[in-house]
Design a protein around this ligand. Structure first.
Ligand code: HEM
Length: 199
């Protein structure tokens, strides 16, 4: 105790990822609600629409996962890319080859790109719940819902590794704000895709 203050119980400053989460909580919640109200697990046909949303979004972020600069900042980023799993899911459901999709994220500076990557990686955390819903349609991490699977080493551990690397990146305050802009743009992109594809 120092001057009557219990240091152990003093509030800890937020980490960068916690700040990003706080800044995007509202848009994440709106997106969750929008997706669930579109009944994506009501049937395999509805789920196929959800897959189209995910497929396009992961095609958008795939170039970021492949970027040499971002892999230098976040080693192993390329292996986290879920585009191939999505292509396989689309093929499982449709029974035919998935058309390659062009990414539409446009030119992003590094901090903004990191914001997009945060959203794509974080979405795998929430995917645990979505995988359970997909299982009710007979889909699994081996058929139709591969992209929702956790990492073999554990979904939580895989996320925590990402969080640790992300929090350790040297980033000025204004760059962190740009990352938050990138994250919000990524959420808006997915929201737009849901509106476009589910109608
Ligand atoms: C109906 C759809 C969705 C539901 C129900 C959902 C649910 C969740 C849940 C429960 C978590 C927290 C998991 C945990 O702390 O253990 C989470 C995290 C997250 N989700 Fe979603 N999610 C959905 C869709 C999405 C989509 C489409 C995206 C973006 C493309 C997304 C981005 C994120 C991010 C970035 C996080 C990490 C937040 C953080 O801890 O920093 N989610 N989601």
């Amino acid at each position: 105790m120092l001057f009557g203050m219990d240091i152990d119980n003093a509030p800890q400053p937020q980490t960068r990822i916690q700040r990003l989460k706080t800044l995007t909580d509202g848009t994440h919640q709106q997106l969750d609600q929008r997706i669930m109200s579109a009944d994506p697990f009501g049937s395999r046909a509805r789920y196929a629409l959800f897959l189209r949303v995910q497929h396009q979004f992961h095609a958008d972020v795939a170039p970021l996962y492949g970027s040499a600069e971002l892999n230098r900042l976040l080693p192993g980023l390329a292996e986290r890319c879920r585009l191939e799993a999505l292509q396989a899911d689309v093929e499982d459901l449709s029974g035919s080859a998935a058309l390659p999709l062009e990414g539409q994220a446009g030119a992003l500076d590094v901090p903004q790109a990191l914001g997009w990557v945060y959203v794509a990686e974080g979405s795998n955390l929430g995917a645990a719940f979505l995988l359970k819903e997909a299982a009710k349609l007979g889909l699994s991490d081996a058929f139709g819902a591969r992209h929702l699977a956790g990492h073999p080493a554990g979904r939580g551990l895989h996320w925590r590794n990402f969080v640790a690397a992300f929090n350790a990146l040297p980033m000025a305050d204004n760059e962190e704000m740009q990352a938050a802009d990138g994250a919000r743009a990524a959420f808006r992109r997915v929201h737009g895709l849901v509106d476009e594809i589910f109608g």
